[in-house]
Design a protein around this ligand. Structure first.
Ligand SMILES: NC(=O)C1=CN([C@@H]2O[C@H](COP(=O)(O)OP(=O)(O)OC[C@H]3O[C@@H](n4cnc5c(N)ncnc54)[C@H](OP(=O)(O)O)[C@@H]3O)[C@@H](O)[C@H]2O)[C@H](O)CC1
Ligand code: K
Length: 241
């Protein structure tokens, strides 16, 4: 099946319409479903078992992609994993993020901030995978600190530590794909709602590709130029590659 994608502009317009007066989804609703779908992809890729490591490092960025990561961490905790969240840059512009952090504390999930030793969780002998919830479709290169050095450490760690990217592999141009050779190569990409053009640049031998963020009806998908994805039952993710 040829990969259908929509541009970052159209993705933002789709989001706007979903949260507009007609449809009336709240950001909280979409973020909850988006974060849940990422957690489901992690569980499908790395099924929980008593005998194997269950620590997951979730790196959350300053925007809604980061919010997806905070939600994902909570659902991973519910399914028996041991998530640790690194959330170095927090904005007060969206009060909801603080509530997501409170919920993580309620679930006893550690939330590390700038200055904390987060890199200790890049130890692949203890950590199962890293969830890249740093930037999504609003990333505009070049990367600004502290995210440049975070990405550098992720690129180094990815040899042994699988990266699960939320919506867009952080550091990739949303439409063009990897900006240069030293971009991260995720083991898993979970495109939300519909893949963006950069998703066509993954190497399907290296990256398993899922679509998640299941919250639009068939006619709305067709209106935005793509066939709805054949999810099964009430699954929140569908593996494309
Ligand atoms: N319907 C859906 O699919 C939903 C998707 N969701 C997720 O939302 C993100 C998009 O969220 P958004 O808040 O628009 O943007 P990002 O999270 O991608 O990033 C924005 C913040 O990142 C900063 N930024 C951007 N570029 C850089 C850079 N080069 N260096 C450093 N920081 C950068 C930017 O900061 P500014 O200072 O530039 O404002 C923003 O703070 C989408 O991808 C999905 O994951 C939602 O969950 C809802 C439903
Ligand atoms: K990301």
């Amino acid at each position: 099946m040829a990969l259908r994608t929509i541009s970052s502009q159209l993705a933002a317009q789709l989001d706007k319409e979903l949260m507009g007066p007609e449809v009336g989804f709240t950001l909280e609703q979409l973020m909850e479903l988006a974060g849940l779908s990422v957690a489901q992809a992690v569980v499908k890729e790395f099924p929980y078992s008593e005998t194997r490591k269950s620590q997951v490092l979730v790196i959350a960025g300053p925007g809604n992609n980061g919010g997806d990561g905070l939600v994902c961490a909570r659902h991973l905790a519910l399914s028996g994993f041991q998530p640790v969240v690194y959330y170095p840059k927090r904005t007060t512009k969206t009060p909801f993020y603080a509530q997501l952090v409170n919920q993580l504390k309620f679930f006893k999930v550690p939330v590390l901030g700038a200055g904390d030793n987060w890199a200790q969780y890049l130890d692949h002998t203890k950590t199962l995978c890293v969830v890249d919830a740093i930037f999504g479709f609003s990333f505009k290169p070049p990367v600004r600190e502290p995210f440049g050095s975070i990405l550098q450490q992720l690129r180094h760690a990815q040899q042994n530590l699988p990266i699960v990217s939320v919506d867009i592999p952080t550091g990739w141009d949303v439409d063009e794909g990897p900006a240069d050779s030293d971009c991260i190569i995720p083991s898993v990409l979970v495109s939300l709602t519909v893949p963006k053009p950069c998703a066509a640049k993954i190497d399907t031998c290296e990256t398993h590709h899922y679509v998640g963020g299941r919250f639009i009806p068939r006619d709305f998908a067709l209106k935005y130029g793509f066939e709805p994805f054949p999810y099964e039952n009430l699954d929140q993710v569908l593996r494309l590659h």
